[in-house]
Design a protein around this ligand. Structure first.
Ligand SMILES: [Zn+2]
Length: 193
């Protein structure tokens, strides 16, 4: 039960506790730290949250997080242009980039909306893509998605592959260690058409 008379503190605890992976005890610890540490640090946190909310949006081409119309990956001339890695969340871009195991482009596909598929097709044509890598963790749902996309794109003369070893079924990419992720990308397997 929250202590009365410090509602603003309690509100801060509630905000922290509403975040993923933060339990009540950690929320209290964080709120206490913010309120008792030097003020500048707390203000900086508030400022960074505000800025992120104001300026971070999906890249209009690939759907990754960006501050501009096109993200830095989509505009990077040094990336391998004929590769697109399909992921299910913009978060997966951050994880794969952090793992340093991939140097192609990305496309975030959270669902199979026709508009999204069309966007993917125009990106494939624009980049002259040769290979699509599905970085989905294994589940019946992701297998169905892969099948559906392959069917949709079968006339584009693409090689389809999916990440391989070391990724257990039903686990999010963010919970996979970098070495396994690296192996999964490098030892990706061809999908038979
Ligand atoms: Zn992009």
């Amino acid at each position: 039960m929250a202590i009365k008379g410090i509602e603003k503190f309690n509100n801060l605890v509630e905000s922290f506790a509403s975040l993923p992976t933060i339990g009540k005890k950690t929320a209290i610890r964080l709120a206490y730290y913010i309120c008792t540490s030097n003020h500048l640090e707390g203000m900086k946190l508030a400022h960074n949250i505000e800025n992120a909310l104001r300026f971070i949006k999906p890249c209009t081409q690939c759907g990754a997080l960006s501050e501009n119309e096109l993200c830095d990956i989509c505009t990077d001339e040094n990336r391998q242009k004929d590769l697109i890695c399909i992921i299910q969340s913009p978060k997966d871009v951050l994880i794969l980039e952090e793992s340093n195991s991939y140097n192609g482009f990305y496309f975030v596909l959270e669902n199979l909306e026709e508009e999204k598929i069309q966007k993917l097709i125009s990106m494939i044509k624009k980049n002259n893509t040769k290979e699509l890598i599905f970085a989905f963790t294994h589940s019946i749902n992701s297998d169905t998605m892969i099948f559906f996309i392959e069917e949709k794109l079968k006339n584009l003369n693409l090689k389809f592959s999916k990440i391989a070893q070391g990724i257990p079924s039903g686990v999010n990419l963010e919970n996979v260690d970098f070495i396994s992720l690296h192996q999964a990308i490098n030892f990706r397997t061809n999908i038979e058409n």
